[in-house]
Design a protein around this ligand. Structure first.
Ligand code: PMP
Length: 416
């Protein structure tokens, strides 16, 4: 989008212009203009990102960090510009704290495995919350099992908010790390990250934040929040699939052993003794996803051209509109009614199965997600098998919401 100054407030005309940047949104699904309400699973891509990736392959491709020749140096420079943009995006103190990974999942696995190998002992504890995505549960279970450590789960209330007093009670001298999501993908709850970090740090416990659902919707300032680790995925923030970022404070990353071994991550190798490269390369074994980094950098530019404050404000208004209009559906039960939410409305409708509602919406050209959203323990907490989830981005319109509401009403009338 050719905007020279940031948008103060996103208007309907701005959204119409923004939508022109996303070629897929002009398509039809099942013969109907697509209403794309599954951005929490993966967002669509603007031309700027698609062009950046294709230009890279057309004009700039060579492996990075190795070549003496110009093309390789240019590719390396573009790759490292991407790292600097990712650093600025989260306000990390240094670009050596920005590790490129495949996505939030790999970032969390890296910390669980590497931090866990170094710092977890038998009988230690890892605290997560009841609303975590499987990718912020299973890696911790794997390392806890290996080390004889225990996973402790901070409970939530019926609105889907973390019960802070219970969270605090779980922190003790056996707690080695807290791992919590910023925004719940299934409920939309925005967690009080600053408070979580303050309580953990008061006891000397580091905090990993899963920023997968926060990255597209709000500012994440790792210095202001004093986060120790932050993981997020490019594909949920309008960038390519296969690329993500793990931020870690230098003091932790330096203290942790490498995760993967191979090229790029070494200083010197002999069969007797290998020494490791400095940060961030110590954690980036092998040829990285160069085009992914370049696409991610374009996505960051795109988000910042619109403006993160304007995005958050617009999406909050649209979420409020969606929530109030969906109340017209008889027998609807919202799952996730936290005071602070971002871009997700999850619900079930009495007498219907989420999957059947989703299948009828599909026929109407409306893409939503149904099921447990990789949060099975959370669904168990609410005593349901899954929900219908509509998730928003700044390219969605009030008309999208109107079509969703009419679609759900139609589905319910067919299914009851
Ligand atoms: N955490 C949350 C909150 C998510 O929503 C997701 C993706 N659904 C992930 C982690 C994992 O992200 P990825 O699959 O991109 O690694």
């Amino acid at each position: 989008m050719e905007v020279s100054t940031k948008i103060e407030r996103i208007s309907a005309a701005d959204v119409a212009r923004i939508r022109q940047d996303f070629p897929l949104l002009a398509q039809k699904m099942n013969g109907k203009p697509i209403v794309f309400l599954d951005s929490a699973a993966s967002s669509q891509k603007p031309n700027k990102v698609i062009d950046a990736v294709s230009d890279y392959y057309r004009k700039l491709h060579a492996n990075v960090h190795r070549g003496v020749y110009q093309l390789s140096q240019d590719a390396t420079a573009a790759f490292e510009v991407g790292r600097e943009k990712a650093r600025a995006f989260i306000n990390a103190a240094s670009s050596s704290e920005v590790i490129f990974v495949r996505g939030a999942t790999e970032g969390i696995n890296l910390v669980a495995s590497s931090f866990g190998r170094k710092f977890l002992r038998q009988g230690d504890e890892v605290v997560v919350t009841a609303m975590e995505h499987h990718s912020n549960i299973v890696p911790w279970q794997l390392i806890c099992e290996e080390k004889g450590a225990f996973l402790r789960v901070a409970p939530i209330n019926d609105a889907g908010e973390l019960i802070m007093s219970e969270f605090e009670k779980l922190l003790n001298d056996k707690t080695r790390i807290v791992a919590a999501t910023y925004v719940s993908n299934a409920l939309g709850t925005v967690n009080p990250v600053a408070e979580i970090v303050a309580l953990a740090h008061a006891r000397g416990i580091p905090v990993l934040v899963d920023g997968a659902q926060a990255a597209p919707h709000m500012k994440m300032d790792v210095q202001q929040l004093d986060i120790d680790f932050l993981a997020f995925s490019g594909h949920k923030m309008f960038g390519p699939t296969g690329i993500g970022v793990l931020y870690g404070k230098e003091k932790w990353l330096n203290a942790m052993p490498p995760y993967h071994g191979g090229g790029e991550m070494i200083k010197s190798v002999t069969f007797e003794k290998t020494t490791y490269a400095e940060l961030p390369h110590k954690f980036e074994a092998g040829t990285p996803d160069i085009s992914g980094v370049i696409g991610l950098a374009a996505a960051i530019d795109y988000i910042q051209e619109i403006g993160q404050d304007a995005i958050a404000q617009y999406e909050n208004e649209l979420l409020a509109y969606a929530t109030s209009r969906l109340k017209e559906v008889e027998g609807i039960r919202f799952i996730g009614t936290a005071r602070y939410k971002a871009s997700v409305v999850s619900f079930i409708v009495e007498g219907t199965h989420p999957y059947d509602v989703g299948a009828i919406l599909d026929k109407l050209g409306i893409a939503v997600r149904t099921g447990h959203h990789c949060t099975q323990p959370l669904m168990d907490r609410f005593g349901i098998p899954g929900t219908v989830r509509a998730s928003l981005a700044f390219y969605n319109t009030h008309d999208d919401i109107d079509r969703l509401v009419e679609g759900v009403k139609k589905a319910v009338s067919m299914l009851r």
